[in-house]
Design a protein around this ligand. Structure first.
Ligand SMILES: [Zn+2]
Ligand SMILES: [Zn+2]
Length: 498
């Protein structure tokens, strides 16, 4: 009902020319390098439902019809069989030893957004009528492995499951041979026909590099960034730079791209499924545990997708979509600009009204999802809290939450690194940027091959003196990496000098 009212108000607003049309047209235009808040003028009455963001941008499970068993034709009098039933009938479907290998292959094919592919699992079983049950179980096992969440597989797991729309058919077969009067199964064969995705192969290929570019621009690989810093940086960037795709959600809900992380990071305009899968993939890319959660926003509400993310031992709820909308509609009863109304909350919060899909509720019940917000637990860590300095690591502190009773562990937080301004002084501690020549790691006022040796020792972790680490950070990005090693080589080769 709210949604319907909302649509009517949008149409009314458009008719009255109360909204700039550009706010609704051509999502590709929403790709500003520097975000400028949308300049929507206020209509006669608020069009933003005060309690809820838009819903409907979450597609239910992919359509996966029951697999079709391709029955073999056994000749009545026995003997060898003609193709396609004999071995080597499926040269395009590679042969694997087990379901792990087959799952890795299927994941790779899906990541490339291939529509048609198949695989075989090698066997040497006497023929039995139960072969179809065996291949069916193998196919299901492979599928299960493909969609299993794994922090080391940012483009798999929840991301992949929400990136594809199902297929027309899944075919099950086997190959067999005849020997000394008996049939033997040589392989089980599974193939998919017309698998459908929310992105094209060309679009999908842009997602990984775009995420890497963002991570580099936000400097999230720096050893001076804490897990909290990283989560907040990504959250804020998404809220500030990605628009909700009202246009397609209202006018063309079949338009597949709106549901993708691609639309979020490249076109900067997507619906909640795009927000949620993008957040998931970026977090996993950074090595931070995260899950995609779907369900309805209330007992009468529509479908929606959001995230839980792990921070210092607990999971917290995040909804980048609704904070992005709050930002867009800050002047129409939305959430406070720039909006952290849905950032790192606990179950006992405005998220409490949401009803998760069954499998997601299992996650909510089995993972350590916090009852309280991150902020509340940060405040409850009253013992041993230590702020990091430029050169010294800090600690989150520990404590027991007075509200939920959870014991909060102490976690280390990294040192901040110096923040040199243009005059060469650290804005935090005032330290003057070292004056010795760039690359002079043994502080003998000369840069030579001995400094190259020191650099190698720093890079292999054999030297970790704070002062030395600082000197070895030749590109001043707060981190000693292989890039500093390359700069060192260039200095020694006379190609670079400060
Ligand atoms: Zn608590
Ligand atoms: Zn400093």
């Amino acid at each position: 009902m709210l949604k319907r009212l909302f649509s009517l108000l949008i149409i009314a607003a458009l008719c009255l020319n109360a909204l700039p049309l550009s706010a609704w047209y051509e999502p590709a235009q929403f790709a500003p390098a520097q975000f400028e808040p949308a300049q929507a003028s206020t209509p006669a009455q608020p069009m933003w439902p005060t309690a809820y963001g838009p819903v409907g941008g979450e597609m239910p499970e992919p359509v996966e019809p029951e697999p079709t068993v391709v029955e073999p034709v056994l000749p009545e009098d026995g003997g060898e069989l003609p193709l396609p039933y004999a071995t080597n009938a499926y040269p395009d479907y590679p042969m694997f030893q087990n379901t792990d290998e087959a799952a890795a292959y299927m994941l790779e094919q899906m990541e490339m957004r291939n529509a048609n592919f198949g695989y075989q699992i090698i066997a040497n079983d006497p023929y039995s009528d139960s072969w179809s049950e065996t291949v069916s179980a193998l196919g299901a096992e492979v599928r299960e492995k493909v969609f299993t969440h794994n922090i080391n597989s940012p483009a798999g797991g929840d991301y992949l499951l929400k990136s594809y729309r199902g297929y027309d058919s899944c075919m099950l077969h086997m190959q067999y041979y005849y020997e000394n009067g008996n049939y033997y199964i040589s392989s089980y064969v599974v193939w998919y026909e017309n698998m459908k995705y929310y992105t094209t192969p060309e679009q999908e290929a842009q997602v990984g590099p775009a995420i890497e570019k963002l991570i580099s621009e936000l400097d999230l690989r720096s050893s001076h960034k804490s897990t909290y810093d990283k989560i907040r940086a990504v959250y804020d960037w998404m809220v500030m730079n990605i628009e909700y795709d009202f246009y397609h959600q209202e006018n063309d809900s079949d338009y597949p791209t709106q549901y993708s992380a691609y639309a979020g990071i490249v076109e900067r305009c997507c619906v909640c499924q795009g927000f949620g899968t993008l957040f998931y993939r970026i977090m996993l890319t950074l090595g931070i545990e995260c899950r995609y959660i779907s369900g309805v926003v209330s007992a009468e509400g529509g479908r929606h997708g959001w995230n839980i993310v792990e921070l210092y031992g607990q999971y917290f709820l995040c909804d980048t979509t609704w904070d992005s909308n709050g930002r867009t509609y800050a002047d129409q009863g939305g959430y406070p600009y720039p909006g952290h109304s849905w950032c790192l909350l606990g179950k006992n919060s405005r998220f409490g009204e949401r009803i998760c899909d069954e499998d997601k509720q299992v996650l909510m019940d089995t993972l350590p999802v916090s009852q309280c917000s991150y902020e509340a637990h940060d405040a409850a860590r009253t013992s041993g809290k230590l702020a990091p300095t430029c050169t010294e690591a800090g600690a989150t502190g520990s404590g027991v939450c007075p509200d939920c009773g959870v014991t909060l562990e102490n976690f280390a937080v990294p040192s901040l690194g110096h923040d040199y301004d243009e005059s060469g002084n650290c804005s935090r501690c005032g330290k003057v940027k070292p004056a010795y020549p760039l690359g002079d790691l043994d502080f003998d006022s000369d840069v030579n091959v001995r400094d190259g040796v020191v650099m190698q020792r720093v890079l292999s972790g054999l030297e970790a003196d704070a002062e030395l680490l600082e000197s070895a950070d030749l590109n001043l990005d707060g981190d000693v990496t292989v890039i500093d090693g390359v700069i060192m080589q260039r200095i020694l080769a006379g190609l670079q000098a400060e």
